[in-house]
Design a protein around this ligand. Structure first.
Ligand code: PLP
Length: 223
């Protein structure tokens, strides 16, 4: 079996204080998740609703599940009873639906707004202008069952680390702008979720305080 515990320790010991680790367990079996769990890891990320549903039903219920994939509004009701954080909010419509389903479950769900900064056209997320518009529009302030706790983004899939660094920096500056303008007195707005297995050291140098790491902990995914 893959040395999940050893890899997890390597990753953890490479993270500065104040950087949270979300172990991305998509396509990996429950045994792998339990290995990391036994070492104290509690935050895990998944990107498909059905896979997450099966895992959440059979794994310990103090796991904090993060949803990191594209989320269709009609799937929100399935994850609303138990999801800890939805990292991939990319529309007002989705935010409204999360608020509605969270209310039905008498919960408050933490969300991150997903930014689209990378060059790939295939990536989801809000452009900086669209994100600025969503926040300045202000309807979110009336939503009592969602809490916007920060921003998430993925850098371009490239070996050009200078480009990747530039994208992280852009996200970081944008975070600071939103923080100053709209969340200055809101301590909940604090998360900058960027950095994956191949770029997280760069991400941390550019403001990340939450990294989403899969391959480096669990090995290559078998699709
Ligand atoms: C799969 C995924 C990750 C983890 O990627 P690795 O390269 O395996 O670390 C992080 N974030 C998102 C949004 C993902 O879909």
């Amino acid at each position: 079996m893959y040395d999940v515990k050893g890899n997890l320790h390597d990753v953890q010991s490479s993270l500065p204080d104040g950087v949270e680790l979300v172990a991305i367990s998509k396509y990996h079996p429950n045994e792998y998740i339990m290995s990391a769990y036994e070492e104290g890891q509690r935050a895990f990320g998944e990107s498909h609703e059905q896979e997450l549903r099966q895992k959440a039903a059979s794994l310990p219920n103090d796991i904090k599940w993060h949803f990191i994939g594209h989320l269709q509004t009609n799937k929100v009701k399935y994850i609303a009873p138990y999801i800890d954080t939805i990292e991939s909010v990319d529309s007002l419509k989705l935010l409204r639906e999360i608020n509605k389903q969270a209310e039905k479950n008498n919960r408050i769900i933490d969300v991150l707004l997903e930014l689209h900064i990378a060059e790939e056209s295939t990536k989801y997320g809000l452009t900086l202008d669209a994100c600025r518009e969503l926040i300045s529009q202000g309807e979110w302030r009336t939503m009592k069952h969602v809490r916007i706790v920060g921003l998430m983004m993925m850098a371009s899939f490239t070996d050009d680390m200078q480009q990747v660094a530039g994208e992280f920096q852009k996200a970081s500056c944008f975070f600071d702008e939103m923080k100053a303008q709209y969340f200055a007195s809101d301590n909940n707005f604090r998360i900058r979720s960027w950095g994956m297995s191949n770029d997280y050291p760069v991400a941390i140098r550019h403001g990340s305080n939450m990294v989403r790491i899969g391959t480096k902990i669990f090995g290559p995914r078998v699709y």
